[in-house]
Design a protein around this ligand. Structure first.
Ligand SMILES: N=c1c2ncn([C@@H]3O[C@H](COP(=O)(O)OP(=O)(O)OP(=O)(O)O)[C@@H](O)[C@H]3O)c2ncn1[C@@H]1O[C@H](COP(=O)(O)O)[C@@H](O)[C@H]1O
Length: 94
């Protein structure tokens, strides 16, 4: 899981740097979508996750959780944060 998150975060950081035209991630870092779009997605997906949990729909829970994790990592990158800061906070709670 760590490797998966690190690989995804590396792709997100690359898209932020290179801004390929056909990249959804890159569009989030430009005025085309921007921070508000990321925050809206996190709000929508949280609601969808709650509904999936209420339905005990495991496939949908995994799908919505993945959407949230992806947009959360985009938000961290947007704020010039990195995975280490998230890990440090989680470790501090152990
Ligand atoms: N993990 C994701 C990921 N999760 C979700 N999304 C996109 O997030 C968008 C919104 O997701 P939704 O589930 O809300 O889908 P939707 O309601 O149909 O979207 P909208 O039409 O409302 O925008 C969709 O366009 C999804 O494709 C993602 N886009 C990219 N990634 C990862 O980022 C990598 C780079 O992607 P690009 O930047 O597109 O090259 C990919 O290889 C993936 O690993």
């Amino acid at each position: 899981m760590d490797d998966t998150l690190e690989a995804l975060f590396a792709v997100i950081e690359d898209r932020k740097e290179t801004l390929p035209e056909d990249s959804y991630t890159a569009s989030l870092f430009t005025h085309e979508k921007g921070e508000n779009a990321v925050l809206e997605k996190l709000g929508e997906e949280s609601t969808e996750l709650v509904l999936a949990a209420k339905d005990d729909d495991r496939e949908e829970i995994a799908y919505e959780a993945a959407d949230i994790v992806y947009h959360l990592l985009v938000l961290l990158s947007m704020k010039d944060m990195d995975l280490e800061e998230l890990e440090a906070e989680l470790e501090a709670r152990r």
